[in-house]
Design a protein around this ligand. Structure first.
Ligand code: SF4
Ligand code: SF4
Length: 342
């Protein structure tokens, strides 16, 4: 797949991209990261570790320089994290003198403000009204957590705030599942709303917000597990159910698009007039197991074909499938002969 192709044959380029396993997997990861902010950090680590393992192997095999680009990208991420972290700590220190907590409500101007926090099951959003430097009302705009926590812990805390007219630390919540995180998210949402009513409230830099938003996301929660489970299910369905065709009795996929990508990657490329390993796939599909067994001696087992094939076929996998199918065929024949002589 070459980028000049994108210019003169965009549809062919896209089709090739869809048929490339690495690009499909990257698309699943990006979509999951976009939909579920809480999974971003885990996905980033998965991508870096996967690319690291693949490219270190490439480096050991043929001195490929890709691993150095990855190392440079990781170094940039570490530097970016350091800069963003420094900004966040600096701004947090400045915010102490502008905090809307307790008597800090005197800094908040009259108005209605919206704020968000992270609860046990996702984002909590509130709307807070301030009149004459007192909190006069709090409305819940978004709340995905347990209703029992909303009706007990959150309701009690809201009553307390409205009685005092200001934000004070809540008492320890009861041991409802996730109630601590829910209450923390609620408190953070109110604090976020009140801070919008304070003139010159220190703000994080655009860079640190973009960096944490893009690469770290929100703290992993229940939604993270759901997101990763969805990703895994989609991956399994598309890669191993819809994309593949199993050879009966072997449990192995021998589907093939005849794209010849594997031939380009294979150091052998051709043996006895058969393109490697694409020809092995074709012969196996035709049931020519003995021929595949003969040709198997040319495969050096380097695994390059598996890394390139859009559906994960590899020479060793196909050879192994042919050996298993040949043995099964032989056993069936022997059984038939035994039945015939009985
Ligand atoms: S594993 Fe075998 S078939 Fe695959 S690229 Fe290496 S030599 Fe070729
Ligand atoms: S086995 Fe080779 S020809 Fe067949 S789909 Fe995979 S890369 Fe393409």
């Amino acid at each position: 797949m070459t980028f000049p192709k994108l210019l003169h044959d965009p549809i062919g380029f896209l089709w090739e991209a869809v048929n490339t396993r690495g690009i499909r997997l990257m698309t699943y990861l990006v979509l999951t990261g976009l939909l579920f902010a809480s999974s971003r950090f885990i996905l980033l680590v998965v991508v870096l570790v996967t690319l690291g393992v693949m490219w270190i192997r490439d480096y050991q095999r043929d001195g490929s320089s890709k691993v150095w680009y990855l190392a440079a990208a990781v170094a940039l991420l570490v530097v970016g994290y350091g800069i963003a972290r420094w900004n966040v700590e600096n701004i947090d220190a400045q915010r102490i003198s502008k905090s809307p907590w307790g008597q800090g409500i005197s800094l908040v101007q009259d108005g209605t403000y919206r704020g968000a926090g992270e609860g046990f099951r996702g984002p909590i959003e509130v709307q807070v009204e301030v009149r004459s430097h007192r909190i006069t009302n709090i409305s819940m705009l978004e709340y995905p957590d347990l209703i029992s926590v909303l009706d007990s812990e959150v309701a009690a805390f809201k009553r307390e705030i409205l009685e005092k007219g200001r934000l004070e630390r809540p008492a320890e919540p009861d041991l409802y599942r996730g109630s601590v995180q829910t209450l923390t998210g609620y408190v953070n949402a109110i604090e976020d709303a009140l801070s919008k009513g304070i003139p010159d409230y220190p703000q994080y830099s655009l860079f640190s917000r973009a960096f944490f938003g893009a690469f770290i996301g929100t703290a992993p929660n229940r939604v993270t597990l759901n997101a990763l489970a969805i990703l895994f299910a989609v991956f399994v369905v598309f890669e191993y159910a819809l994309q593949s065709m199993l050879t009966p009795g072997t449990g192995r996929s021998i589907n093939c698009y005849n794209c010849a990508t594997c031939v380009g990657a294979c150091p052998v490329k051709e043996a006895e007039g058969v393109q490697m390993p694409m020809g092995l796939v074709l012969l196996t599909r035709l049931g020519e197991y003995e021929r595949v067994m003969e040709l198997s001696k040319y495969c050096v087992g380097c695994g390059r074909c598996a890394a390139k094939c859009p559906i994960g076929n590899s020479g060793p996998m196909v050879i192994s499938a042919a050996f298993m199918a040949a043995r099964k065929k032989k056993e069936e024949k022997q059984l038939e002969e035994q039945r015939g002589t009985a």
